[in-house]
Design a protein. Structure first.
Length: 64
């Protein structure tokens, strides 16, 4: 879902008019960071067969 979110977010930004891109710039940046961090956490969990405690703690404290 995180990868799909990144692809869709890129399409929204790319298909917006150049005059209106400044209006969605911060939304795209914030959602892109959230989707990227989710992708990092899930890929790390899949590759290492578990979650790193520090990475998970950063995700939990960031979402509050």
């Amino acid at each position: 879902m995180a990868l799909l979110g990144l692809v869709l977010l890129e399409q929204v930004y790319r298909n917006s008019r150049e005059q209106g891109r400044y209006a969605i710039k911060f939304l795209v940046l914030a959602l892109g960071l959230m989707f990227s961090y989710d992708l990092f956490i899930f890929s790390q969990a899949l590759l290492l067969k578990g979650l790193d405690a520090a990475t998970w703690a950063a995700a939990v404290s960031w979402s509050r």
